[in-house]
Design a protein around this ligand. Structure first.
Ligand code: OAD
Length: 251
């Protein structure tokens, strides 16, 4: 506990488990499946090239699900910590719930489901688009969200060149933004590295806790289950992020 309390430079890495209590399905949990299709088969450039409508259908379903979710106590504790000097937050989550909780300086390693970019890479910068299709918007508890009309059921288009738009997320087989990797590696220079709610199998994010340990950080994992990182970290806290983090924060 003293190691946790005395850390001046804290880095937090989060995964889907942090948003589970908000109602966002994890990727590898039983509820994460969609029509028995694995994310690894849909979230790829090859899948989009083959069938952009199918991939958009999946993302529309996920956007509608996420639109109904609110940040939970784990997001709120991390947001409070992020206001302190020396705290850095890296996330693999594309739901933006950390942002909605007010997290500062967030590095979104895998992008955001609420941002789009041109599939043809015409040069138009990524843009924010939080619209839902009308049937999905009706199910959303968030009544402030703009109602969708032309996002509809067809694939969204790039406003600059008219080509297909895609979610501005990192797909399997794609590289993370160089600036994000650099920010993450800088954040590995810390006193305490917390890896929270991630299955610790998707690289490069899964490697950052090992890099932090190599640089001398005390490392801890908070997860409901054991992961490949469990045997490498200094401390394993088996529990739900939304319970453990408020307890740690109050201690
Ligand atoms: P996973 O779905 O692989 O893992 C979620 C982890 O959270 C598991 O280890 C669960 O045990 C744990 N968990 C579930 N509920 C929890 C809770 N309430 N508190 C604490 N832990 C809990 O999700 P990620 O590790 O985030 O990539 O997946 C990594 C990447 O793989 C994702 O960012 C995504 C995915 O394919 C891309 O989209 C590129």
């Amino acid at each position: 506990m003293r190691r946790l309390r005395d850390a001046r430079r804290l880095t937090v890495l989060t995964g889907a488990g942090v948003s589970a209590a908000s109602g966002v399905p994890t990727f590898r949990g039983a509820d994460g499946l969609w029509r028995n299709v694995r994310p690894e088969d849909l979230a790829t450039p090859g899948a989009f090239r083959r069938d952009p409508s199918l991939v958009w259908e999946w993302y529309r379903w996920r956007r509608a699900q996420i639109a109904r979710c609110q940040p939970n106590p784990a997001h709120r504790v991390i947001a409070e910590w992020s206001a302190r000097e020396g705290c850095r937050v890296l996330t693999q989550n594309v739901d933006d719930l950390h942002l909605r909780a007010g997290t500062r300086g967030l590095v979104r390693l895998h992008g955001s489901i609420w941002e789009l970019k041109c599939w043809d890479e015409c040069g138009h910068p990524a843009w924010r688009d939080e619209r839902l299709s009308p049937d999905e918007a009706d199910q959303s508890s968030d009544t402030d969200r703009p109602r969708e009309t032309e996002f509809g059921r067809s694939c969204p288009r790039c406003p600059a060149c008219g080509g297909l738009a895609r979610p501005a997320v990192v797909w399997f087989g794609e590289s993370l933004a160089a600036a994000d990797v650099e920010a993450a590696l800088t954040a590995c220079d810390c006193d305490l590295f917390l890896t929270i709610g991630t299955s610790a199998i998707v690289h490069p994010a899964a490697g950052f806790v090992h890099e932090a340990a190599r640089r001398g950080a005390f490392t801890a994992e908070i997860n409901l289950d054991l992961t490949p990182a469990s045997s490498a970290v200094d401390l394993v806290i088996q529990g739900a992020a939304e319970d453990v983090l408020p307890t740690l924060a109050s201690a």
